[in-house]
Write a protein that binds this ligand. Structure first.
Ligand code: FA5
Length: 347
């Protein structure tokens, strides 16, 4: 067997050296080192050899395998180099052709609109905050005036992360309100865009994973007028014209009074698909921050006199705004990852 290995070695190395192109080398590699190649065959036959030959044959076959791998690798590098040289020397290389342009990626429509929203708010002196997507129940609910077992928790179907229900996938961006109060000194204005999660059935307007933008302003003498002015300014900038708006009473445990803020449909006068034939679009929930939420957020802060503070907060769905902006009729397209859809919104 050892003689066979030696003659195989000489023959194989000679054939590798003689290979003239990458394809010939690939075929040879398969014949020598492939799953059904000569080396595998020798290794597989070892148990059938006399006991005293087995060890040397195994060693010899493995050493040869290593030697052939190296020889084939070096030969492949030589052939590649020769190919490039040949192309350079005129073998089909045309230096006047334009270079191949790499395909350009683009920003996701949600990112495009989020950046626009951030630019509008930062131009009004707002800071952009971030908050954790995996959140403590305390921030997502309790500090926002939603105690354990409060029925309003059912308004937002929650993904709980542990059996004791202390950690949740945040159902809204509102917990960033509390984190902002803990960290910042009033007066301040912040927005907090980000992903939120709800254990909901998907349909054309509902996702289990979607995006919201939270807004919070805290200071002295902050009133409902400041809230409506701010939201109108946002919509006017986004839609580049003055749109009619209205406030309706709305219940959110962390604001009092609380409102639903609607905007007149920018696409029709008598009703269309986007506004469900009503001519109004529900834009966001909002209201004046509940005093008990200010108490919770600023608790333990000796530098803050909560009794002097008021504030407003709002939270809108970014995905729904993107749908309004680009006339998209099914929210599931946004996170579907289909390039044919995404390429319609180049940026
Ligand atoms: C809230 O989440 C409140 N945190 C908003 C708020 C903030 C009120 C501050 C007061 C003060 P609501 O559950 O209505 O509210 O959700 C806000 C927006 O998120 C909705 O208007 C809608 O645009 C969007 N939204 C809600 N559920 C979904 C869903 N399943 N898929 C896509 N967008 C959704």
């Amino acid at each position: 067997m050892l003689e066979r290995l030696e003659s195989l070695r000489q023959d194989a190395l000679a054939r590798v050296a003689e290979a003239t192109d990458a394809e010939a080398l690939r075929v040879l590699e398969k014949e020598l080192l492939g799953k059904e190649g000569v080396i595998s065959e020798i290794l597989a036959a070892i148990p059938t050899l006399p006991q005293e030959e087995r060890r040397d044959t195994g060693r010899g076959a493995n050493a040869l395998k290593g030697e052939l791998l190296e020889a084939i690798g070096s030969k492949r590098a030589l052939l590649d180099e020769a190919l490039v040289e040949a192309l350079r020397d005129g073998g089909g290389f045309d230096p006047t052709l334009p270079p191949a342009t790499p395909a350009r990626g683009g920003l996701h429509p949600i990112t495009q609109v989020r950046r626009e929203v951030e630019a509008i708010f930062t131009s009004m002196g707002y800071e952009v905050l971030d908050g954790p997507e995996v959140e403590l129940d305390y921030y997502n609910f309790q500090a926002l005036n939603v105690p354990v077992d409060h029925p309003s928790r059912e308004l937002q179907d929650t993904f709980y992360c542990d059996d004791s229900h202390t950690v949740v996938m945040r159902t809204q961006t509102s917990p960033v309100q509390i984190r902002a109060m803990e960290r910042l000194k009033p007066p301040f204005r912040v927005i907090a865009p980000g992903r939120v999660f709800r254990n909901e059935e998907q349909d054309a307007t509902h996702e289990h994973t979607f995006h919201q933008v939270e807004g919070l302003v805290v200071g002295e003498d902050i009133q409902v007028g400041h809230l409506t002015w701010t939201l109108r300014r946002l919509l006017n900038e986004l839609f580049e014209r003055e749109l009619e708006v209205r406030l309706r009473p709305g219940y959110f445990p962390f604001v009092e009074p609380g409102f639903e803020f609607d905007v007149r449909c920018p696409f029709c006068e008598d009703g269309c698909r986007v506004c469900s034939q009503t001519t109004w679009i529900e834009f966001c929930g909002c209201g004046m921050v509940q005093p008990c939420v200010l108490e919770a957020g600023f608790s333990g802060r000796e530098d803050v006199d909560v009794s002097k503070l008021t504030g407003f907060a709002f939270g809108f769905g970014l995905d729904r705004l993107v749908m309004m902006r680009f006339g998209i009729d099914d929210i599931r397209n946004l996170m579907g990852g289909d390039l044919r859809f995404l390429e319609q919104f180049p940026c």
